[in-house]
Design a protein around this ligand. Sequence first.
Ligand code: UD1
Length: 427
Amino acid sequence: MDKLRIRGGQPLHGSITVSGAKNAALPLLAATLLAPGTHTLHNVPDLRDTRTMLQLLQIMGATWERDGSTVQVNTGQLTGAEAPYELVKTMRASVLVLGPLLGRTGYARVSLPGGCAIGARPVDYHLQGFQALGVKSSMKGGYVEVRAQGRLTGGSICFDIPSVTATENLLMAAAKAQGQTVIQNAAKEPEVGNLIDMLAAMGAQIQGKDTDCLTVTGVEELHPSEVRIIADRIEAGTYLMAAGAAGGRLEVKGCDPSHLTVLIDKLRTAGMEIEVKGNCCTASCSVSDNGTPCPLTAVNITTMPYPGFPTDLQAQFMALMSQSSGVSIIHETIFENRFMHVAELQRLGAEIVVEGSRAVVTGLARGQLVGAPVMATDLRASASLVIAGLAASGTTEISRIYHLERGYERLAEKLCRVGAAIEQIPG
Ligand code: UD1
C-alpha cells in the first residue's frame, strides 16, 4: 500500500485549482437513477468515492463514460436495485441510492453502512423521512429494504438534526411523489443546493433552496439533465490551511469563497492574510528571517451544520492550531468520535488533550513538530496529517493513504507543484 513522504518546512508558492466537490458529486451521480436516459455531469472529481458510486450505478444496470471531468451516465435500463456490502462498507454515501431508486421504482435494498471511524452514523432519519412518504422499511441480513405500494405520497418530516444525506435522499424520493412534501430542519449545505439545481433541471419542483425548509411538489415524470458539480469547499479550505502551516503565498483557484466564510474569518483571526477575489482565495503567511513562517494566534472553533464551521475541516484546523501561540479549544458537535487524528498528531509532538467532545490544543512554536511515521485513519484525518507534515521539521511518512484518495484528487501532485516536498512511495 502506497505511502506519502513529506519533507516539512518548504513554503508554498503558486496556485492550486480545486476540483469538483466529492460531497456534491455523490448525490448528483445517484440522482441520475431517477430519470431514464443520458445525464451529463461536468466537473466530476476522479476519486475513489466517485468511482465507487459509478460502480454502484453500473451494478444497477447504468452505463457511463468519462471524458476528462465530464461524466455521462445512461440510466435507460435499470436491472438491479441493490447496493452490496462490499461497496457500502467502503463508502457510506452508497445509501444515497435509496431515495432515487424509491422515486423511480418504489423499491431498493442497501447494505447497512454500520459504524465507521468517525462515529455510529445511523440511517434512522433517512428511514423516518421515507416513512412519511408512505414507504415501509425492514432490516434483514444486514440489509435495509425499502418498499412503496405504488407511487410515493407527499408527507412532512422535521429532522432532529439537519442531516445532509438524509435531506438529499428525501428530496430525491419526494421529487416524483404524489402531492407535496415538506422537509423541516433540512440541511443547508451548498452540496444540497447543487442537488436541488440538478433536480430542478430534471423537471422537479422544489422551493426553499438554501433554507432549512424545503417544499417539494411531486411531478409524474423527470428527464435527464446537464449539470455542473460545484467546487469542493473542503479541498479549498484544506489548501488554505496548508499555506498557513507551511508559510508562503498560495492562490486557491476555482473555489466559491462564499462557501468558506467561517473558515476565512477564523484564519484571518489567527493572523493569516486571506485575499478574496472572484472565485479565488489567496492565503499568505509570511516567513521570518530564519525561514520559519510567522506565528499564528490560537483560535477556538465549534463545528456546526452549514453555514457553521464544517466538521470536515476540523482535523485540518487542529493541525494548524498546533502551530499557534496560545491555547485553542476545538469543539466537535457533529460526530462523537472524530478525534482519531489526535493520537497521530501527538506522534509528531503536538500538545493536544481530548476532554469529551473538546480537544485542547496548546500551540508550539513554528518548526517544533518533528516528522514521524503516522497512519491515516479517515479521510479528513489524513488531510490533517499532511498539513502537520508540511509544518514539521524532518520527514513524515503517512501510511494508509487510500483514505486520502477517497476525497482528494491528485493531492500530492497539486502540492508538489507549489513547492511542497511530497512524494507518493510504494509501501
Ligand atoms: C455528510 C457528508 C460528510 C460530512 C457530514 C456532516 C456526504 C457524502 N457526506 O455526511 O462528509 O462530514 O455530512 O457535514 O455528503 N444522523 C443520525 N441519523 C441519521 C443521519 C444522521 O443520527 O439517519 C446524525 C449523524 O450521526 C450526525 C448528524 O446526524 O451526528 C449529521 O450527520 P449527516 O449530516 O447525516 O452526515 P452525512 O450525511 O452522513
